[in-house]
Write a protein that binds this ligand. Structure first.
Ligand code: FES
Ligand code: FES
Length: 161
């Protein structure tokens, strides 16, 4: 057992956990942040993507002890002051949600890819989404949502500059 201290969604957290606890179980079972989903447990599906120090990471592929000291953001930490993140808004506006199971991972992956690439075309988005599986196979609206969000966020960043 180790005490893991880190920041989750902006709040400092110190929790005792077994050294073999995967980050996804740490978040879901110990911190009760169940928005991060488990689809495959084998780092294939992307349902468990969270941000570790701003980068998208499959939380079933790292141990909680490995992220000690890091800033972790989950889907619960994306909205600010009661306002949805632009990627969340774009998923709503473009009907990117079906059963919603893959949605948290898709959104966390999308935020990271937009940060790195800015506005993207559909081919780039599809390539970037390679590690995220939607069992409803509704990729068309998901790609539209990310394309829309990438344009909106890039335009608002340009206006602010
Ligand atoms: S549960 Fe982590 S990638 Fe599927
Ligand atoms: S919306 Fe159902 S798994 Fe993707």
């Amino acid at each position: 057992m180790s005490v893991v201290s880190l920041t989750v969604n902006g709040k400092p957290v110190s929790v005792e956990t077994e050294d073999r606890t995967l980050l996804v179980y740490f978040l879901r079972e110990q911190l009760r942040l169940t928005g991060t989903h488990i689809g495959c447990d084998t780092s294939q599906c992307g349902a468990c993507v969270v941000h570790v120090d701003g980068k998208a990471v499959k939380s079933c592929s790292v141990f909680a002890v490995q992220v000690a000291g890091a800033q972790v953001t989950t889907i619960e930490g994306l909205a600010r002051d009661g306002k949805l993140h632009p990627v969340q808004e774009a998923f709503r506006d473009n009907h990117g949600l079906q059963c919603g199971f893959c949605t948290p991972g898709m959104i966390m992956t999308a935020v990271d890819m937009i940060r790195r690439n800015g506005a993207m075309d559909r081919d780039t988005i599809r390539h970037e989404l390679e590690g995220n599986i939607c069992r409803c196979t509704g990729y068309v609206n998901i790609v539209s949502a990310i394309e829309d969000a990438s344009k909106r966020m890039t335009e608002s960043a340009e206006k602010a500059a």
